[in-house]
Every structure is written in structure tokens, then in C-alpha cells.
Design a protein around this ligand. Structure first.
Ligand SMILES: C[S@@+](CC[C@H](N)C(=O)[O-])C[C@H]1O[C@@H](n2cnc3c(N)ncnc32)[C@H](O)[C@@H]1O
Length: 268
């Protein structure tokens, strides 16, 4: 679908039991399978593509997410769940930054993304990631396989827009966090700078699928990624959804003019 598609069409809510898959409408039941197919196809090239597509910017945004969390440096246990954690970028940064009490669970629905993450740990045996407790669990953000109030912090980076029912994922985040626990979400967002938005649109709709074809052999998967970004709720609307799930002191901060944003909240 072209970049020229009008805002009205892009933001149209799918009807009934339909869900958006990029700019297309599919049945709710089919959507997660389509998303899983995207990530199983690109898993082997996922990290490389992230660097190429964002010219390395995603690393700075992820550093910023972990800086915002500011994991404690003490030996007191502090447990993170990184949902849609993929190949481990957030959990690894967290374990590097945390004190000896840091422990992390990476939960992702895709077996292939988890395998790619495990391979990274295996290839870096001396790192903090291999010295501190780290567990990979296959699971759906909408029905996390964990008991209530288990975690001190919940992160999700570039993951929540892939979930079919965002409200269900937010309710699960609230459920698995301890009272006093922190929610942090890094996601592509809506560019709020004139000119940058036009440039960004041109780049995303043309260069990214072409790069996806060249590097990962799959233009369609990357077209989905770009379109799903445009379907994701704008900053203030997403903040409202987080409040609605029960979180308090909800805030957001734009990164690089709103190309990405960090939303945060507390379970109090
Ligand atoms: C764009 S990647 C982000 C990976 C990693 N967080 C990062 O920032 O590099 C999106 C991830 O979300 C996962 N995902 C998609 N739907 C999910 C769901 N319903 N529950 C859990 N993970 C999901 C995908 O398998 C994929 O690994």
C-alpha cells in the first residue's frame, strides 16, 4: 500500500472481529499468526536490519530506555520481564547496568527470535548476561505465563504494536508487576516535527522495504513493520490506554522528534 494513503484510511479501525495487519484488515484470529510469520522469517537478520534501518539509532533509544529504568546497583534481587524481548537487546543492557541482584526474563512469542537471542548469549560467555540469571520463555504478551506480582519492572521495546489486543497486554503488564513496579515501553511513535515527518515517510515507505529485500530477502515483512508503525496510537492516546490499565504517573518522552517514544508508568 502506498505512502500516499490518506490519514483517514490509515487510522480507520478495523470492523467487528477484524484487526489491522499493517494497513490491511485481517481476522483477529489470523493476525498473530501473520505477525509470527514475519518474525520467524527475519529472525536471523533481525539485529543487522535494525542497525541498517535506523543507522544505529535504535541502540541509543534502547540505552535511553534502560537509563530511564535505572536498575538498582545493589545485591537486592530486582527482577525484570522484557516482553517481546526478541534477541535480547533490552534484557542484556539491563543486566549490564544492574547490580548483582539483577535478574531478567525474556518473554517472546517467536521460537526463532528466542533462538537468535540464545545464540547471542552463547557467543558472549564472559558478559554480564551470562553471569546473572537470565531466562528465555516463549509466551504471548496477552497471557503471560507468570504468577501475579512477580516482577519489579516490565519493559517492552518495539513489541506492543505487534500485539493484537494492546489493552490485554497492558492488563497483563499490570498483573505481573509488584505494587511499586515500573512499566516502560519503547515504541515507534508519531513524528511531531514538520518536514521530518515527510522525510521519514519517504524513507520508511521506500527505503525500508527495499533494504528488507536486499538484506533479509523479504520486502513484505518490512512493509508490514512500517505500516504497523503508522497504525499505532499516537503518544497521548497510548498514554491514556496505559492509564486505563491501572498505571499511575504515566508519562511519555519523544525520541528523535517522535520517531520513537518512551512511555512509562507505575503500578502503585
Ligand atoms: C520488532 S521485535 C522487537 C524485539 C526486541 N524487543 C527489540 O527491541 O529488538 C518484536 C518482537 O515482538 C514479538 N512478538 C510479537 N507478538 C508478540 C506477542 N503477542 N507476545 C510476545 N511477543 C510478541 C516478536 O516475536 C518479536 O520478537
Amino acid at each position: 500500500m502506498s505512502a500516499a494513503m490518506s490519514e483517514d484510511v490509515k487510522n480507520q479501525a478495523p470492523r467487528g472481529d477484524e484487526a489491522s495487519f499493517g494497513f490491511a484488515s485481517v481476522s483477529e484470529g489470523a493476525r498473530q499468526g501473520l505477525v509470527n510469520a514475519v518474525f520467524s522469517k527475519v529472525a536471523g537478520r533481525y539485529d543487522l536490519m535494525n542497525d541498517l534501518m535506523s543507522a544505529g539509532l535504535h541502540r541509543l533509544w534502547k540505552d535511553e530506555l534502560v537509563n530511564t529504568l535505572a536498575p538498582p546497583k545493589s545485591a537486592t534481587p530486582f527482577a525484570l520481564i522484557d516482553v517481546a524481548g526478541g534477541t535480547g537487546d533490552i534484557a542484556f543492557r539491563f543486566l549490564d547496568a544492574a547490580g548483582p541482584g539483577g535478574q531478567a526474563v525474556i518473554c517472546d512469542i517467536s521460537k526463532e527470535m528466542i533462538e537468535a537471542g540464545k545464540a547471542r548469549v552463547d557467543s558472549n560467555k564472559e558478559s554480564a548476561q551470562s553471569r546473572k540469571p537470565l531466562m528465555f520463555v516463549q509466551g504471548n504478551a496477552e497471557a503471560l505465563p507468570f504468577e501475579p506480582s512477580r516482577f519489579d519492572a516490565y519493559t517492552i521495546a518495539f513489541g506492543i504494536r505487534n500485539v493484537t489486543h494492546i489493552d490485554a497486554a497492558l492488563a497483563e503488564a499490570f498483573r505481573v508487576l509488584k505494587p511499586g513496579g515500573r512499566f516502560l515501553c519503547l515504541e515507534f511513535s508519531s513524528v511531531e516535527m514538520p518536514l521530518l515527518d515527510a522525510l521519514y515517510d519517504a524513507y520508511s515507505f521506500n527505503a525500508i522495504p527495499a533494504l528488507g529485500q536486499l538484506v533479509a530477502g523479504d520486502a513484505e515483512a518490512y512493509r508490514y513493520l512500517v505500516e504497523s508503525i503508522r497504525r499505532f496510537p499516537r503518544q497521548e492516546r497510548f498514554a491514556q490506554m496505559i492509564r486505563h490499565a491501572g498505571f499511575e504517573r504515566v508519562r511519555y518522552r519523544n525520541l528523535t522528534g517522535g520517531i520513537a517514544a518512551i512511555h512509562s508508568g507505575w503500578r502503585l
